[in-house]
Write a protein that binds this ligand. Sequence first.
Ligand code: C5P
Length: 232
Amino acid sequence: MNVYAILPAAGLGTRMAADKPKQFLTLQGEPILIHTLRAFAAVARMNGIIVAVQPHEIEHTQALAAEFGFASRVRVVAGGDNRQESVSNGLAALSAAADDIVLVHDAVRPLIDAATIERTIDAVIQHGAAIVGLPAVDTIKQVERTAHGALVSATIPREYVVLAQTPQGFRYGLLSKALADANAEGFIGTDEASVVERAGHPVAVVAGSQHNFKVTQPGDIELAEFYLSQRR
Ligand code: C5P
């Protein structure tokens, strides 16, 4: 049984208001994507890593992977117009067996640690599908969007809620079938688990951490720098 990772990194990162996509912004002098790659490369069970980037960034990303010593373990492919397409392209570049394991991880969650990746792999071995999720600490409200702003329609007991992070891991056969069906039926999810849930397969949850946040908006770089400095 082999284990692979797909890192979707083809987003434009427009919420960041920076001069380049956030996966190429630097943390402690190194691109965010490199921090993420390092965490996955540190997992001994990892047989290969696929990074999906915008077509014009393929060469630059290959050069970066080589510069930081990951060239032999990383393949760079073209991403798509949405995250699901980027992941589907990554999956298409893999020749895997049905019971191999594929982890999908946002390239812009650079503070993921090897132990959480290992726990996700173990949960996939046990359940076939698993995501990293963070228990909700705030009270969760369901809202209706109206012309006058959001109106609360219900309170969702927070013990029923986790915030979905990545990695999200699946048996290759399960993920490729669920994605092919979703693509054929025009369903676009914001994560892979939603596609697998839709196929009727249970998805286990592994405990996440606030450190594993998605670099999304201005200020997040400073927060990531702070968490990284605490690690040393
Ligand atoms: O857009 P968001 O911040 O949720 O993106 C999560 C991850 O998906 C990022 O790593 C981003 O680069 C990736 N992505 C992608 N292809 C797209 C859009 C987003 O690989 N078309």
